[in-house]
Design a protein around this ligand. Structure first.
Ligand code: SF4
Length: 246
């Protein structure tokens, strides 16, 4: 697991942040509570054991959830993958066919590209990070989840963020970014800066599926990933052929 808050930010971070322009503070419109609700929301620094137990309870609840029509076509709900104590959390849109079959996020072609970004680009192991989606059940024909579906399922994600409490969040694509930031702003306004969500820095980048269609956008993704690495105090792995995803 990556070290948590113990290491200080790199000394050049303040200068680097100043080059990005003003930090964007975009609160979500409201603090959503888990639909099965009634419980007291976890504190910002939850006790680790309680958080792990809470995540397992949420995973179980998502597997039985019928709160939106997406449950009708699912083979598996896709809750998350990775280390629940991770310092870095990636958030995508929703499961596709491969993910629905395996019950794991980002395991198809786009998932392999995300793994490359994590392992070849960042020098981490995929198992060291935590990966989840806005909706836990596969939308038909991989369409974008509707606003109603996002609102129905999103509280699972918010609770996951609170339980994992990473040091940095990465929103993969417009659907995740817009849900988390409660905005309809275009990607060109959401990328290239550091947002804050519940006190956690959040960076927006392209979804790996988009990178498969438009490989030229990988350069921008690498810029975004470098931004995340600076937040975490990570340096790029030394590799003979350069850096980044391929
Ligand atoms: S997508 Fe989310 S809210 Fe909808 S049925 Fe699945 S788990 Fe429940």
């Amino acid at each position: 697991m990556l070290g948590r808050v113990s290491s200080p930010l790199p000394p050049n971070l303040a200068h680097w942040l100043s080059l990005l322009g003003p930090e964007t503070l975009v609160p979500r419109a409201e603090v959503r509570t888990y639909p099965a609700g009634g419980e007291t929301p976890p504190s910002p620094e939850p006790a680790r054991e309680a958080s792990l137990a809470r995540l397992e309870a949420l995973r179980e609840e998502a597997s039985r959830c019928t709160a939106c029509p997406l449950h009708e076509g699912r083979k598996n709900s896709v809750f998350a993958d990775g280390d629940p104590k991770a310092s870095l959390m990636f958030i995508g849109e929703g499961p596709g066919r491969d993910e629905d079959l395996q019950g794991l996020p980002f395991v198809g072609r786009a998932g392999r590209l995300l793994t490359d970004i994590i392992e070849k680009g960042m020098g981490l192991r995929r198992a060291e990070v935590y990966i989840a989606n806005v909706v836990k059940c596969r939308p038909p024909q991989n369409r974008t989840p509707t606003p109603e579906e996002r609102e129905a399922c999103g509280p699972f994600l918010i609770e996951q963020i609170r339980c994992v409490h990473p040091r940095a969040l990465v929103a993969l694509g417009a659907t995740a970014a817009r849900y988390l930031l409660a905005t309809e702003a275009p990607m060109r306004r959401l990328r290239g800066r550091i947002h804050m969500l519940e006190g956690i820095p959040l960076v927006v980048t392209w979804h790996p599926a988009y990178l498969l269609r438009r490989p030229e956008a990988k350069r921008e993704t690498w810029e975004d990933i470098q931004r995340v690495m600076r937040i975490l105090g990570l340096s790029a792995p030394r590799r003979p052929g350069g850096h980044g995803s391929s």
